[in-house]
Design a protein around this ligand. Structure first.
Ligand SMILES: NC(=O)c1ccc[n+]([C@@H]2O[C@H](COP(=O)([O-])OP(=O)(O)OC[C@H]3O[C@@H](n4cnc5c(N)ncnc54)[C@H](O)[C@@H]3O)[C@@H](O)[C@H]2O)c1
Ligand SMILES: [Fe+2]
Length: 372
């Protein structure tokens, strides 16, 4: 038995102005965004909403202190949160829909189960997380030095609004990290034991679109990625729908200590882990769903199925070059600790692995990531 429900209503506009005119924004709406998005897109629309800038509360991806400080600044009477930003802004906005008194650390460690009291509208400005259609939010817990995901159905956005012009200002580096994240969502959800034909259709389409977009970028030059902004935004959304159902797995799980302790951006940390995890899967279980992935990639990359994974790694490397873990200051003696923290804290993801990975497998994967 399966049930596939898309809980979020999805809308598309060409511009923020069209969205603002169609939606009649209110004083009871709070927009969480960044100033560099507000100035060119939101300010000219003259909206009456309360505005908060995420970067005023700290740099980088969400952490518990940042979330608590933003939460404390929500004025009374706010009925809807509108997130206009990347995964960082969106993931923070998701927990701001909760009422009552709570601290982020209590939420993310499951000590408080909150209740939704505000609606959520999400306008993604990166092309990677798919967070606009998932029930997941991810936060660095300062005390634990790792990232932790929280999945609650109350965190599905009521509406996701796709507006390509919002994505075009993204610097190449974050186009690369976020689109790589989307590619990995598509692959991990395709390989997940929870995948069904419906979710795989979204994974497959996302893989096809991202591969085709990457080939365009490689042919026309990095600056031209914006020509394909609408396609990358759609692909990211499809990958979000796919992993929102079938889940992500070991690539994400093993990347969390890198994000939590070394603040490597999410998509970049995933890219570091990706090839090594899939290679380990292939060694341990060469026959299975992985063959369907190889066949799909062979078709899309016009190569023999048994060469297709290597062709995919090479393509991704052309978009975002990997560095050895040692280049980030990570030392080999940390690998057992990383593996233990993954086993302890990331079972939600590990349950979706293509094949089981032991502690030794995980340490071996981290070691392999030092050899480029
Ligand atoms: N909830 C989920 O389902 C889910 C899935 C994947 C990732 N995530 C989380 O999302 C976060 C990463 O999100 P991301 O990859 O979207 O990056 P991000 O939101 O951290 O943004 C990356 C950088 O780009 C800037 N930026 C964003 N949009 C811009 C624009 N249009 N123009 C100029 N600059 C812009 C941001 O300010 C930031 O400096 C991580 O915390 C990760 O854990 C969540
Ligand atoms: Fe991700």
């Amino acid at each position: 038995m399966y049930q596939f429900t898309l809980k979020t209503q999805i809308k598309g506009f060409d511009t923020f102005l069209e969205f603002a005119q169609a939606e009649s924004l209110q004083a009871s709406d709070l927009i969480l965004t960044n100033e560099f998005i507000y100035e060119p897109f939101i300010k000219p629309a003259g909206v009456p909403c309360h505005i908060l800038f995420q970067e005023k509360y700290g740099a980088g991806e969400p952490n518990d202190q940042m979330i608590d400080a933003i939460h404390a600044d929500i004025p009374d009477g706010i009925e809807r949160i509108i997130a206009v930003g990347g995964g960082t802004v969106i993931d923070i906005a998701k927990v701001l829909t909760f009422g009552g008194t709570w601290k982020a650390e209590e939420l993310f460690t499951g000590r408080t189960v909150p209740e939704k009291c505000r609606r959520l509208t999400v306008l993604p400005t990166t092309c990677g997380t798919g967070s606009e259609v998932t029930n997941v939010t991810i936060c660095e817990l300062k005390s634990l030095q790792t990232k932790k995901g929280l999945a609650l159905d109350a965190m599905y956005a009521d509406e996701a609004v796709l507006i390509p012009e919002l994505v075009r200002t993204l610097p190449y580096k974050f186009f690369a990290t976020s689109s790589i994240d989307a590619m990995i969502h598509a692959v991990e959800s395709f390989l997940s034991p929870k995948a069904i034909a419906l979710s795989s259709t979204f994974s497959e389409k996302a893989i096809e679109m991202i591969v085709s977009g990457y080939r365009y970028v490689i042919t026309h030059g990095a600056a031209h990625w914006t020509d394909k902004a609408a396609e990358f935004l759609t692909a990211s959304n499809f990958a979000g729908i796919a992993f929102g159902y079938a889940g992500c797995a070991a690539v994400h799980a093993l990347s969390y200590p890198l994000g939590g302790k070394y603040h490597i951006p999410h998509g970049e940390a995933n890219q570091l882990m990706f090839a090594a995890v899939i290679r380990r899967y292939r060694e341990k279980q060469p026959d299975g769903r992985l063959n369907a992935l190889e066949a799909l990639l062979g078709r899309v990359l016009e190569t023999a199925p048994d060469q297709a994974l290597d062709a995919l790694y090479a393509l991704m490397e052309q978009i975002l070059q990997r560095k050895p873990l040692s280049a980030y200051g990570i030392t080999e003696d940390e690998f057992p600790q990383f593996a233990d923290s993954v086993i302890e804290g990331q079972q939600r993801l590990l349950n979706n692995n293509y094949t089981e990975l032991t502690r030794e497998d995980m340490i071996g994967i981290y070691r392999a990531c030092n050899v480029i």
